[in-house]
Every structure is written in structure tokens, then in C-alpha cells.
Design a protein around this ligand. Structure first.
Ligand code: BGC
Length: 370
């Protein structure tokens, strides 16, 4: 942390000198200075391509995008630029977006893949064009140069354990429904693996689904299917891989007149936290988006400048097609009504006023959130 802050300070100081030099040259633009100056300065006006997979889940445009942009600016004395594209769950659109960025000669890519296998060809094209790729949150296949994410098996385990805890003694005689994420997302497989490691042998899984494109409406439809197949009195809880889907699931439960059963989630979305306050959702998983964004930006800037990742990447991971990829894996925290203040409030995700606005005020009062 300290080393990083020191580096940032040095970078800022170097950048400040560059600014004053440019000012002396009056009309002369920084591109002139660029040729005659050091590698560090050349590195400061880098272009980072940022590719996010969808925009229905709130985290991407509320947290990830602005946080990465801010950090890139910070690390490049405001000279770095982020070029952004959101694939809206369309894998072939994302391939085109990567290809366009390669054609437009960005210096480095931060890529959160819609479909981790389908993107491999575009990752290879970037590599062939000398553009390094940071796999962000999801481990894309192809010749990536770095990876940062959360401990995704632990995310699933945390969700599964929380569901068991909520069921208590009832667990052994009851059944749950499992709503996993999209099969094109490698994280979804890890969440599922972690959840099964907690649930298997402890509670019966009555029905299980992989949810196409992580869409809340698909989770809603699958939940309706599970309710009619199993019977509305036969479902004791629902494992939902994220908050967006939990929203769709809870709508289906309510429509069937099922109340007070635990539903899990992930992402600490505002709507998810509000449902935790009202008791409609049992838990979410709090992930430090600032930390993940900071690491991604640092990796990208270093790679663009041709610097080593040794000082930040304390881990290595293997994908199916790349071995020993430098990585940083960020830990996660289970979020329930008991630690809202210590998590999303403390880290500045939301204020109490935001969470407890309007109709949530009474529920907040009831759990002592003020
Ligand atoms: C992310 C989750 C997100 C999900 C749906 C996963 O890869 O890790 O935070 O809820 O995708 O976009």
C-alpha cells in the first residue's frame, strides 16, 4: 500500500514537471515533448480500453467504470484516457469491441468477458498487435497478461453457508432451489462449486438452474418453474448467485404467496441491501470494488508502460489456455442486516439516507440502522 502510494506520488511529481515544461513551450503540444522525453512520460498519455460485459447489474457502471477511470487518471497525472465499451451481454458484440480497440491502437485492455471462451480469438489478436490484456473479474481464455478478481469459490461458499445458517435445524428436512449464474461466465462455475461445497449433504437441492445471461427475468421465469414443479410449500430457501437475480426470484416468490424464506445474493447492490433491510433477502456478498478497480488500473498502467507486475501481483493463476498468469485475488465479506454499517456504509458505497429513503425508513428503524 505504502509503496504504491509513494509510486503514485512520484508519478504525480513527474507529471507536474511535464506540465510546466509544456507550459514553457506555449503552443507546442505535448506530442512534441513526447518524442524527446523519458519513457515514463510517454507512458503517461496511455489509452486504456475498458470492456465490461453488461449493464443490468448495477456494479459495472456505478462502481467499476468510474473507479477504474479515476485510478487511471491518478496513476497517469491525468494524462491517461479510458476508452469504454459495454457489451450488453452480447459476446459477438464484445469481440467486435475488442477488435475495434485493437485497430484504434489502445495501449492496453482491461477486459471483463461476456463469454470467456468466445473472446479468446480477440485476446489473441490484441496480443499479436502488442496490446497487453488484463482479465478483469472473469478469467478470459486466450493469452492474457494479468488477472484480478475476487475469491469466487469463497463467494459461493459464503452464500451457501449463509443459506444453511438461515435454515438452521430445518435444513436437513427441507429443500432449496439453486439459481446459478450464466454458463458463459467462469465465475458462475466457481460460485456454484463453492455453494455446492457448503450445501451438499446438508440440504436437498430440489431444482437447480444456470441462468441465461444472468438476467433477472430469466431467474424469475426459472423460479416460477421451480415453484410449480416442487409446490409452494416445499421450498425452504433459494440460493441466488447475485442480487439482480434475487430481485427476479423474490418477485416470483411473492407472486406465489411465499414469504419469509431466505434468499441469497451478491454485489451489495442498493436494491439488494434495501431488501436485506426489509428482510425479503437474507444476505449479499460485499466485494470491495474500489480495491479490484485499483488493482486493474495499476496492472493496466504498468503493462502499458512496459513495467513488471511483480510489485503488485502476489498470486498466479492458470486458465485453460494460459499458465502462471500474474494475479491479485481480493477477499470478500458476507453481508447481512447485522453488518451494513461496517461494509457498504463504511466503504462509502451508499449513505444511510440512500438506503433508508422513503418506504425503507421504517424497516431501517426496526433493525436500528440510523
Ligand atoms: C460478477 C458478479 C456479477 C455477475 C453478473 C460475475 O462475473 O463477479 O459480480 O453479479 O457476473 O454480471
Amino acid at each position: 500500500m505504502n509503496t504504491r502510494m509513494r509510486r503514485a506520488a512520484v508519478a504525480i511529481a513527474a507529471g507536474a514537471m511535464a506540465v510546466s515544461l509544456a507550459a514553457c513551450g506555449s503552443a507546442k503540444e505535448s506530442s512534441d515533448n513526447k518524442d524527446s522525453d523519458s519513457a515514463a512520460k510517454k507512458g503517461d498519455d496511455i489509452k486504456v480500453g475498458l470492456l465490461l460485459p453488461e449493464n443490468q447489474t448495477a456494479r459495472y457502471e456505478k462502481f467499476d467504470k468510474p473507479m477504474i477511470e479515476k485510478k487511471v487518471k491518478e496513476l497517469t497525472n491525468n494524462k491517461g484516457e479510458v476508452v469504454y465499451a459495454n457489451a450488453k451481454q452480447d459476446a459477438s458484440l464484445q469481440n467486435q469491441q475488442v477488435d475495434t480497440m485493437v485497430t484504434n491502437k489502445v495501449d492496453v485492455l482491461i477486459l471483463d468477458a461476456v463469454d470467456y471462451k468466445a473472446i479468446a480469438g480477440s485476446v489473441k489478436k490484441a496480443k499479436d498487435a502488442g496490446i497487453k490484456v488484463v482479465a478483469f473479474d472473469r478469467l478470459a481464455e486466450g493469452p492474457i497478461d494479468a488477472y484480478t478478481s475476487f475469491d469466487n469459490v469463497t463467494v459461493g461458499k459464503t452464500q451457501g453457508e449463509a443459506l444453511l445458517k438461515a435454515l438452521g435445524d430445518k435444513a436437513k428436512d427441507s429443500q432449496v432451489v439453486m439459481m446459478n449464474g450464466s454458463s458463459t461466465d467462469p465465475n458462475a462455475a466457481q460460485f456454484k462449486e463453492g455453494a455446492h461445497s457448503a450445501l451438499d449433504g446438508k440440504v436437498k437441492v430440489g431444482r437447480e438452474y444456470d441462468t441465461k445471461e444472468w438476467k433477472p427475468e430469466n431467474a424469475n421465469a426459472n423460479m416460477e418453474g421451480a415453484i410449480s414443479a416442487l409446490g409452494k410449500d416445499k421450498i425452504a430457501g433459494v440460493y441466488s448467485a447475485n442480487d439482480g437475480m434475487a430481485g427476479g426470484i423474490i418477485t416470483a416468490l411473492k407472486a406465489a404467496g411465499i414469504a419469509d424464506i431466505p434468499v441469497t445474493g451478491q454485489d451489495a447492490e442498493l436494491a439488494g441491501v434495501q431488501r436485506i433491510v426489509t428482510g425479503e433477502q437474507y444476505m449479499s456478498v460485499f466485494k470491495s470494488y474500489p480495491k479490484e478497480a485499483e488493482v486493474a488500473a495499476e496492472m493496466a498502467v504498468k503493462l502499458a508502460k512496459g513495467e513488471s507486475l511483480d510489485s503488485i501481483a502476489n498470486d498466479k493463476v492458470d486458465s485453460e489456455s494460459a499458465k502462471g498468469v500474474p494475479a491479485v485475488i481480493v477477499p470478500v465479506v458476507s453481508l447481512t442486516k447485522d453488518n451494513i454499517k461496517e461494509t457498504v456504509i463504511k466503504d462509502g458505497f451508499y449513505t444511510i439516507d440512500e438506503i433508508c429513503a422513503g418506504k425503507y425508513k421504517a424497516a431501517c428503524d426496526k433493525i436500528g440502522l440510523k
